[in-house]
Design a protein around this ligand. Sequence first.
Ligand code: ADP
Ligand code: ZN
Length: 359
Amino acid sequence: MKQVINVNLKTNKYDIVISQSENDFLTGLKKTLKTSSLFVITDKNIEKLHLKYFTNLLKQKGYNVKISVIHAGETGKNIKSLSFLYDKALEAGIDRKSCVIAFGGGVVGDVAGFFAATYMRGINYIQVPTTLLAMTDSSVGGKTAINTKGGKNIAGAFYQPSLVWINSSFLSTLPRRHIKNGFAEIIKYALIFDKKFYDYLFDALDNETIAPKDFDYIIYKSCTYKAKIIEKDEKEITGLRAVLNLGHTFAHALETLTKYRKFLHGEAVAIGILFAAKLSLRTKICGPEVYKEVEKLLKKANFNLDAKNDEQQLLLLMKKDKKSLNGNIKFILIENIGKTADRLVKDDIVLDVLKSFTR
Ligand code: ADP
Ligand code: ZN
């Protein structure tokens, strides 16, 4: 089945094509591109698993394909990879008219996107995500970045792709931990926007393995919500895009405190969502039944929700987060399943909830 989501931004319009058919991708590609010169960027794991299939697809259609492979995982998201890509691209004759294809997970998407945003002052790029997290979150929305010594995503740009092709069959090789990792953001969309989607996820997670048609539907719903938000607030200026930060203030603090080693992003977000629910309960934004529903779905997705940690340090890090204001921290809270509210919460209340949460 093929589903297409049109992302209508003021400066740029593009399609997200969700389909397991190569032809749907190739047709979209033909429509989008004026060039035959492609620069495919991927990582070492995906190179072994899927690169041949993917580049053959392109070569058969007459595209001139150049390839660059960066290190897999967060360590590949640095200035070294970027610099390597600039050199490789120049060597390969990639010019202003060529198009980059980011073929991989969030790391490849971020690096390749930032590369495309800056190479020769910006060339087109296409996202072909291969992890559940990238398919439902990072490949849509145009956030690109690399990490520096000082921190995560320090250098980056908002830079929208020209096309996104999501083929969920790439998920067949993705390790279970990374499949689960993707579910945190998916659950986030349900909690922010849609009780029915919550119910759907609850049922879908009954099965030991998620059926392909369920994956396609889950991806479709997630991308639809994400696209809707970025259409209204592409660069996180009006505040609308901020709802997508549900669970993230806590998650970022936890990730920083554990040096990005202990938790994958989604694992930290899952705990962050539970924290937001606990804070919502404490500030009476929601009742205990809502908190329980949030916890129930996170547990069903098999997340480890143990948040044992140093609450003072977590508070400090949360206050440093860009969402804090005059001694209060701004949180996205959960009013009901499918409805959020943003609130400034006093430090002492945050600390109090942290104490019961992290011990
Ligand atoms: P994210 O979870 O942000 O998308 P990464 O880009 O780091 O993160 O991807 C997570 C890991 O999964 C990396 O080691 C990457 O090489 C690997 N990977 C990506 N896609 C696949 C896939 N389809 N099958 C197996 N491994 C994959
Ligand atoms: Zn996130």
